[in-house]
Design a protein around this ligand. Sequence first.
Ligand code: DGT
Ligand code: MG
Ligand code: MG
Ligand code: MG
Ligand code: MG
Length: 257
Amino acid sequence: MAKSKFEYTRKFENNDSCLLNCFIVVRLDGRNFHRFSDSHEFEKPNDENALKLMNRCAEEVMKEFQDLILAYGQSDEYSFVFKRSTTLFNRRASKLMTNLASYFASSYVFYWSEYFKEKLQYPPTFDGRVVLYPTETNLKDYLSWRQADCHINNLYNTCFWKLVKIAGLSPEDAEKRLCGTVSGDKNEILFSEFNINYNNLPEMFRKGTVLLWEKAEKMVSKSKGDSTTVRVYPQVVMLHVDIIKDDFWESRPNLLI
Ligand code: DGT
Ligand code: MG
Ligand code: MG
Ligand code: MG
Ligand code: MG
């Protein structure tokens, strides 16, 4: 087809290809989920179904974009890590980010009814950003930062909502009560005032969720007769484990390769 005289406008596009060899991380985060969680009456501080829906969407994203090697989610956010060598969308940041964000958001709507009886009140939005990490240490530190954030917020919010819902404090008084406390103090409040051992709360709440690919064996029947054979195929697995300590990485030496 002949070029139109308008085609030069393409040259105004930025080249936003991500630097070679870096881990490309896309972090998505629900826009104004403070309001969204109120409108949909999410349980405070953790709504199990809301978290499971986030995990489901992330799993679907992993399956759709198979150069993703790892994902980590907590609260209304999910971080997706591409393998270093990915050439998906020529590593263009805007393409990677918008494809993940829109697939995640449409999945959130698509699968909503599997997790909630109540109707969706309005369309949710997720923002996205792309961050490049040049070293494995940088990437691990990034993921540790997100998991530490999960822990700090969850400990605080768990205390806060016990003080409000069980002890009957006003939100202002609960906030004052927790002001200046360190994590040991909060553990102590939970234990002595509410008989809760923080470490016994669900791991999904305390540690967030990690998704990664693992090889699984599956029995498949051959087309003729009833003989079966074992096939190995990759499968997304969901874990609620510590990724700050080295154990997680040492037991999976090939994860980032
Ligand atoms: P943003 O991200 O700047 O547009 O604003 P928000 O409101 O999404 O703020 P963000 O992302 O810093 O914090 C997440 C919000 O989502 C926070 O208000 C608590 C809410 N949220 C996330 N997970 C849950 C949950 O399981 N239960 C409840 N009740 N709220 C949740
Ligand atoms: Mg925010
Ligand atoms: Mg948000
Ligand atoms: Mg958030
Ligand atoms: Mg097109």
